[in-house]
Design a protein around this ligand. Structure first.
Ligand code: GCU
Length: 617
């Protein structure tokens, strides 16, 4: 079996309609259905557009006639859902469907010079050499891919806006941006731009103070110009006062002042202002035991609840640290009932294997949604894992995360196991047992990775900067506020109210007590919230040190089992070769993590492995 058109990721079964001739999502829906006659096997699909339905759609069936009624983009989403169900031999998705989150955003961290921050699948799809530079054919493939899973906002540039990416909102680049927006428009995808908070300083102003009328007027004029070129721009995305980015703190103003000023400039055009809450002290002195980095977002924002304009959305990372393998849900989600919030996840596998190690995220997001307070979040964003590699995601299996993200943002209650199965079936035509094996491999992949990396929610034992591979003390004396404080007796930061930094206080009940109390704190988060002695006895009778050893040995053994499963899979070429090559690297990585971590704790604790396995001295 050979995969001929790699650009189609999970849509290889759909013949490509002449997308470049189509102007609206409804035309696109029609064309997709016309091309897929074989799949429809005699069914006729009637399309009825009712603009009031927006992204929603209803599917009904009357004999061989299927009625698809939806909003302008709703009919396109309905068409893809119908075709995917047919291909996967599932029941037709009859009934009414509407997305849970109105904004389902993809945030690309692409730089104008063509690199991607934390990108693991090649160079940028949008930029090269300090310019917008894209292949329209790939843009249409991308638009189709995003629409097929309901993603409706695409931010193309890095939240760290490095020169000259600020030109995206300047006249020099706007005509080309306008062309790009019109490529994505028929797919129901609206563009968004990351902006530099200090941009007015480049245009003769001596300040970016949000309360200075000249600054507000400058942004208003800027927004007016941008919207002349891209009238349906979804809005601006801002990283301010974070990791050396400029922001309102320079002028003694709050983040409500900063966000509201920008939001007012966008409001006349229906634009949103997405303001990221990834704000913490990245110049911490490791001797400082009072500052506790995962408490920072709550400390900066909770007291501002209710002070934001209606078109501001605060974008909060899923966990209080930074996209680690296991974190509790950020306490900020519980603290701002009067503010629009967005949940941010990271598809780019920065800390989760860099698209070398297999890591399917659906089961992890399910845990987040189980804990997230209902009704408080109205949008979702994901840091993109896409790049210019032929298959878009480097590792062919990394595409499952983009697929599952779109479908999850549409309906967070969807079972991740079902999504992963659907992706397997759409992407590869495997026979049943093989499909089952691939499904099981993906479902278990996150837990395997977790076992061989930092134990029990401890986080941050990675190599600094690159974030791949182990370095147990790499961040221990650094400025980033990410310490585990392992010594010969114990490891972890006590974040309890009783004896520690008090982070548990940021959670409402029942989570506060759950995490505060060592007995009820879930094992997998024990070292996130507690400092434990190595001889601490866990509920299953094992000591902490034994649990660390066991997890690391198991993590490597289970990676070997994954490799075996992978070798036996009848994947098409070149996916098979790419996946096998990367599996060799994953095995090396897992072995390195196992041995470095076990040796690190053995040297500190002197505790022998109860099972007598080899730990290097
Ligand atoms: C992490 C990541 C950075 C990124 C930042 C962010 O710290 O390592 O590359 O800029 O997150 O989310 O803004």
């Amino acid at each position: 079996m050979k995969r001929t058109d790699h650009g189609l990721t999970w849509l290889p079964f759909l013949p490509q309609p002449p997308v470049h001739t189509l102007k609206t999502p409804r035309d696109m829906a029609r064309a997709e259905l016309d091309q897929a006659r074989e799949l429809l096997s005699g069914r006729q699909v009637d399309i009825d557009v009712n603009p009031d339905l927006g992204d929603g759609f209803t599917l009904t069936q009357d004999g061989a006639i299927v009625h698809l009624c939806g909003g302008e983009s709703g009919v396109l989403y309905g068409a893809y859902r119908l075709l995917m169900a047919l291909k996967a031999r599932q029941e037709l998705p009859l009934g009414s469907h509407a997305p849970y989150y109105a904004l389902r955003m993809l945030n690309c961290w692409d730089n104008a010079e063509g690199t991607i921050e934390r990108g693991y699948s090649g160079r940028s799809l949008f930029f090269e050499d300090g310019h917008l530079d894209y292949d329209p054919v790939r843009m249409r493939q991308l638009g189709r891919m995003l629409a097929s899973v309901g993603i409706n906002v695409l931010c193309i540039n890095n939240v760290n806006v490095h020169n000259p990416a600020h030109k995206l909102i300047e006249e020099e680049w706007l005509p080309q941006l306008s062309d790009l927006a019109s490529i994505f428009r028929p797919f129901g995808v609206r563009m968004m731009l990351s902006i530099d908070y200090a941009h007015p300083l480049r245009h003769g102003l001596d300040t970016a103070d949000p309360l200075d009328a000249r600054v507000a007027a400058w942004w208003q004029e800027r927004a007016d110009i941008v919207y002349r070129y891209v009238p349906d721009l979804a809005g601006f995305l801002v990283k301010a006062d974070s990791e050396h980015r400029p922001g309102p703190f320079t002028y003694g103003r709050t983040h409500a002042d900063g966000a509201n000023m920008l939001a007012r400039a966008l409001a006349p055009h229906g634009g949103r202002l997405i303001w990221r809450c990834f704000v913490y002290n990245c110049l911490q002195d490791w001797r400082d035991t009072v500052t506790d980095r995962p408490m920072a977002a709550y400390q900066h924002y909770a007291h501002l609840d209710g002070q934001f304009e209606d078109n501001v959305i605060l974008q909060i990372k899923n966990g209080p640290f930074d996209f680690q393998v296991r974190e509790p849900v950020s306490p900020l989600f519980y603290a701002m009932p009067k503010t629009n919030l967005a949940l941010e996840v990271q598809l780019a596998q920065e800390y989760t294997g860099q698209q070398i190690d297999i890591y399917a995220m659906g089961p992890m997001w399910k845990e987040i949604f189980d804990d997230l307070p209902p009704q408080r979040v109205m949008a979702m964003a994901a840091v993109s894992n896409l790049g210019r590699d032929a298959n878009y995601t480097g590792h062919p299996f990394a595409a499952v995360n983009l697929f599952a993200y779109g479908m999850t943002a549409w309906d967070p209650s969807t079972d991740p196991a079902a999504l992963i199965r659907l992706w397997c079936r759409l992407t590869y035509d495997l026979e049943q047992a093989q499909e089952g094996a691939l499904h099981a491999l993906l479902m278990g992949s996150r837990r395997v990775y977790e076992k061989y990396t930092a134990p029990l929610g401890l986080c941050w034992m990675v190599n600094p900067h690159g974030h791949y591979g182990p370095s147990p003390s790499g961040y221990e004396y650094a400025l980033w506020g990410t310490y585990h404080k392992a010594n010969r007796d114990a490891v972890g930061v006590d974040r309890t109210e009783k004896n520690g930094t008090g982070m548990t206080r940021q959670y409402p009940e029942p989570l506060r007590s759950l995490y505060e109390n060592l007995d009820t704190c879930p094992d997998l988060l024990k070292l996130f919230f507690h400092r434990l002695r190595y001889d601490y006895v866990m509920a299953d009778g094992r000591t902490l040190i034994q649990r660390i050893y066991d997890d690391h040995f198991e993590g490597y053994d289970e990676t070997e089992a994954l490799a075996q499963t992978l070798r036996a899979l009848d994947l098409p070429s070149p996916d098979r070769e790419v996946a096998l090559e990367r599996m060799d690297l994953q095995l090396k990585n897992a072995r390195e993590w196992r041995d470095v971590t076990n040796t690190f704790f053995y040297r500190l604790s002197g505790a022998k492995d109860a099972k007598g396995r080899r730990i290097y001295d």
